[in-house]
Structures are given as structure tokens and as C-alpha cells.
Write a protein that binds this ligand. Sequence first.
Ligand code: ZN
Ligand code: MN
Length: 479
Amino acid sequence: MNHKIKKWQLTVGLEVHIQLSTKTKMFCPCPSKYGATPNTLICPICLGLPGALPSINREAINMAIRLGHALNFKINKKTEFSRKNYYYPDLPKGYQISQFDKPICLEGFIEFEKNNEKKMIGITRAHLEEDSGKLIHHSNNHSFVDLNRAGSPLIEIVSEPEIHSSEDARLYLEKLKQTIEYINISDCDMEKGNLRVDINVSVNKKGDNSLGTRREIKNLNSFKAVQKAINFEYTEQIKIIENGKKVIQSTLTWDEKNNKTKILRKKEDAHDYRYFPEPDLPPLLISDEQIESAKVNLAELPNDKKIRFKKEYSLKNQDINILISNLDLANYFEKLTSKTNLPQITANWILVEILHYLNSNNIKINQFPIEIDKMAELIKLFDNKELTNLNAKKLFNIMMKSKEKPSDLIKKYNLKTIKDDDLLETAIQDIFKKNPTEFKRLKNGDHKLIGFFMGQAMRTLKGKADPKSIQEIINKLIG
Ligand code: ZN
Ligand code: MN
């Protein structure tokens, strides 16, 4: 199989729906929010009742312009809304207001790093549209419809079919999500459906000029599922072609349980939707001032933050990449460092101890239990060698459950480093006396025993001595 796969090229295009975090819906004043009692956030406009007239949400337009700047788009100064006609129980209007041939953003690109090399993927367009409602399927063959989400603002971001591996698809999505979080237009919470991914997958013979027929897999709910679905489709489509059959354009879902795609229906083309200009909304004109002011007020983007972190804090590249992967984490690092004045040591504590704690407890940095001032104090005590590595970690764990100050906890639990060399020397002499045979062997040049005595000393001194000092004293005592 493997030698066969090599002559087939994989091509992927991604369509990402992002729910914008505006206060109200796209075309009506209903609140756009998650988790309310079903069918309480609705009005004649989002229900499409006769005579109701939509009006455009300015906040959503400004968010789209911000996205336009962040992803290197050209912004269409004259943009239009159209009706996309289809029927589904979660869409009682019978049409979705979307954008067809005049999307707000055109021809952008995303840049990400792969193995220290820059890669660029083109983005065809990004357009605004309204979300549908939600169907809730009940176990006893009943379904319910909740229209709270109907009319919430979405921006759909459509990549060029320029992605040729499932890993590149993930890197593209991660960078997209990171950028959107930075410019604060969505929380991208995939569990709430605020970031949904559709993938278009095709294969063709390497060197062929045209792409193969694509199959679209809808509504993937994690980046892991995206990667798995792409890999599955790749081998599946090769199988179809090599068995002498044709790939048929169709819409599929990802079956998470069985790790395979499942065909839903033959794919519709754009003309099936009978797009026509929305008669209730005039074309939308965007001024140069509006575009400029969004640019001036744009938050620092991931690449700029990376350059600044390198310059300001001189951290290792791989440390910066992790710190800036999440905006809250990057902000936490800056705040903590402003209190410690120790950028690299602070970064080390975040990347090792704090991230480990967050991951194993499945929480975010803003739920981290230690107050930032106390965390800074701990880092400074460690840097001043008031605490050994071992006891600093011990204190870190104690602080997770205690509100007391680190300096008080050090006294309470007797963790302070013993810096008095005479004291250390007496303790080590004592250990030598208790282990005469080992001491003799060490004195006769068996250096493996240094480890043994180090361990004994650390235990006796309860981790309160700097291992380096212990080693120096042992060396001194054996001459
Ligand atoms: Zn409404
Ligand atoms: Mn869409």
C-alpha cells in the first residue's frame, strides 16, 4: 500500500465557522449568548415572521474588519448580503442571510511555522452570515428545536485548497484560533460550537494539473478529529480510485466512535441554493476611516508579540512559542515577570510547574489558585537560594492549598535552605561516621559513592541544603 500512496497527492481546503462574540445577534437586537433557557432569546426578526425587517449589526462589521487586518485580507468597501435558500427544521425562515459574491474580506493568508520554517496558506475569503438554531435529539424518537442561536453572527473563513497534509491543517487551524483570540472577536470555544470546521478533501496523481473530486466532511468538533478525518479520507479515496471506481462529490460526517467517515448525502452546489441579493438590506458601504480606525486599535498580533518577547525578555524561542500560544498565558507571564524581574526563571516556572498543574487539573491560567504576588515571592525566594529546588517545589504544592504568605510557610514547614557551611560539614561528618565502610571506599577513590553520600545528606537535611554545597563539602572532606 505504501508505495502506492506515494504517487497520490492529498489536497485539503478548510471552511471554518466562528461565532462572533457580539452582544446582540447579526440582524436583530436579541442577545447573542449561550446557555439560556431554550427559545427565550428570539424575536420576529430572527424568526423571520412576516413584516419583520433585519438591520446590520455594526459591532459584527467592525469585528470582520479587524479579522481582515489580522489575516492580511483586502477589505471590500462595498459588500452585500444574499439569501441562501434551503429548508431545515432549525431554520424556520427557509433561508439564511449570508454573503455570496461580495464577501467582506477577500484574498488573505495565514503564516505559521513548521520545523522552524515559515509556511503560508492562502485564504480565499471570509464572509458574514447568521447562524441557524439547534436541534436537540431526544432518546425517545422526539426532537426539539431551540432557536436562541438562530441569527447569531458567524464569520466563515474559507481557505484555498493549498493544504497537503493533516499536520498542516492542524497548524493552520491553531494559528487561526490563536489570531482570533488575540483580536478578541470570539472565544473559539469548540465545545460550545463557537468554532466549527468543515474540511474538503481530494486526492489526485502527483503532477496532475487539476484537483480530484472532493468530499466534504462537516462539523468536526476538535482539531484531533480534523486530522484523523483527513488521514482517513486520504486512504479511503485512494482505495476507491485504485478499485476502478470514481470519487463522487458528497457530504460526509465523521464517526468518532468508529474512526471513519460516513456519507450523508450527495453534495449540493452553490446554484442549488438559489442565492439572490437580500431584498431587505441595502448594500453595505465601509468607509476608509472605519477600516483605518480598526487597524489603529488592533491588538498586538501573535507574530509581533513573539518579536517583542524575544527583544524584551531574551527567552528561548521554544519557550516564547508556548507562552504566546495562549493570550491569557502570555499576559500572565508579563504580569508575573513585572513582579519578579526574572524573565527566564519566571518562564521556567510557568512552563514546567504551573502548566503541569493546569494540565493535570484541566483548568486555565485564570483559575490557577496561587495569587500572583505570592507566586512572585516564591520565585524570588528560589532565585535568592532561600529555597532549594526540591523545597521550592514542596512549597509550591503547599501554597496550592494555603492562603498564607510563602515567607510564613517557609518558617512553618521549616524549609529554609541551610547556608551555614559549618553546620553542613558537621552533618556530613556525622554521616561519614555512620557509614564507615562506604566512607573508606570513597576515600580510596570509589567515586560512585559520592551519589550515595549526597542522597544520605539530602535526606538527613530534609532537602534544605543546596546539592552543590553538599558536593563541595564532601569533596573538601575527602581531600
Ligand atoms: Zn431576534
Ligand atoms: Mn456558512
